[in-house]
Each structure stands twice: as C-alpha cells, then as structure tokens.
Design a protein around this ligand. Sequence first.
Ligand SMILES: Cc1ncc(COP(=O)(O)O)c(C=O)c1O
Length: 235
Amino acid sequence: MSEEFKAQQGWEILSTLNVHADHLFGAGAAHGGVHAPIHPSVQYGYERVEDLVAVFQGRAKNSCSYARQGAPTTAALEAKLTRLENGVGTVCFATGMAALSAVFLSLLRAGDHMVATRHLFGNTNSLLGTLEGLGVVIDKVDCGTAETVAGALRPNTRLVFVETIANPGTQIPDLEGIGALCRSRGLLFVVDNTNTSPALFRPGTVGAGLVVNSLTMNSALLVIASTFRLAGALG
Ligand SMILES: Cc1ncc(COP(=O)(O)O)c(C=O)c1O
C-alpha cells in the first residue's frame, strides 16, 4: 500500500485511533495503561440494593449487571468501533449473523417491506428467507444503480440493505446514490461494511444509519465479533 494512498485514507490517524482508543475514548484503562484490561466477570455486585436498581434502570453510567447485557471489555471494543466508524454508538454481538439478525428482527414486522441487494453473503440470504417466512416482504435487486432501488420502493418500505463489497461476488452498490435516495425518502439505510471495514470506508459518510461489521471476518485477534452502529441518520 503506497504512502500516498495511506495518507488519503487517513490510515495513520486510524491506526493511532485504534491503538489509543481505550484510554482516550473508552471507559478508561487503570494505572495509566494504554489498553483496557480484560474483565472476566459475568456478574457484578453492589453494596446497596438501590445501586443495583440504578444499574438495572440504566441510571448508573459505566456500570454492569450481567455480561450478556454489557461488560467493561465489550464496552471498550464498542467505544473503539464507534470512534473508527465516526458513529454515535455501537452494540457488540457474538457474531456478524447475530448482529444482522438483531437489526432485522428488531426493526421489521410482518407486512413491512425491505429492499436488499441481490448480491449477498450466503448466510445473510438465508436469514432474509427466514424473515420472508415471518411475513416480511423483500425485494432483492441489483443495487449497482440507485434508480433500480428507487423503482423497487413501496409505501411500506422500511429499509434498504446492501453490502459495501458483496461477499463473494465483489459487486459494489451505488452507495452514494442509495444513501441520497434513502435520505430523501426518510428510509433507513443499513450497510454491511464487513468487506471494507472502517479502515477503507465509513458508510456513515454516504448516509448509512446502521453499519454492521463482522470482526470474525476481518481480524483473527478479536473474539467478540460484530457490531451495529446507530448513526446520525436515525437520530
Ligand atoms: C459480508 C458478510 N456479512 C456478514 C458475515 C457474517 O459474519 P459472522 O461470520 O461473524 O457471523 C460475513 C461472514 O463471512 C460476511 O462476509
């Protein structure tokens, strides 16, 4: 990779962000450490029941009740990814498919319509089949031009879904055009950024409201795998 390309992409800045995110933007690393420590606790204890109630009610910042719902180690990864994508928040799941399932199952109901790229990762395609079985109506189109997406929209369309570079076909959607279309129609634009990662492309720059990254795919170093990000377009 040439130095010019790296500079254009803000590569050095991204690397610096990546290295320093824990102590600059995360919950903080104790004893001046650059990286947050790993917290193995699943359960968290409090002296007073009122304190635990405050945690359950979401009133106690940076406090945990049970690791499935959030833990300091996950929070550090979430803070780092939010920064890398320049978003407003991140939720980590065990895998990319878990993140995609959470996005679609929480946002769509029977009778809702969604437009998806027809160039999809196989497991995502299977997930869309499951959603169709639940009554969600899905049109899969070639997203190479925003006009095709516009032609597939219906009054009950809730969201448009694409992959930045399709796996495995490598087709690239008209990200800018679809982002502008979604903005003009008030639709949520959901982008699976796995094959570019925020190192190469930030979907928030073209109007994506939710971004999914499978870290299983992109990094052998990370165990907690996938995120979705609520970006400005929703807020
Ligand atoms: C584009 C894309 N999205 C989602 C996934 C699913 O991610 P995971 O394997 O973490 O469930 C993959 C995995 O290959 C992928 O390539």
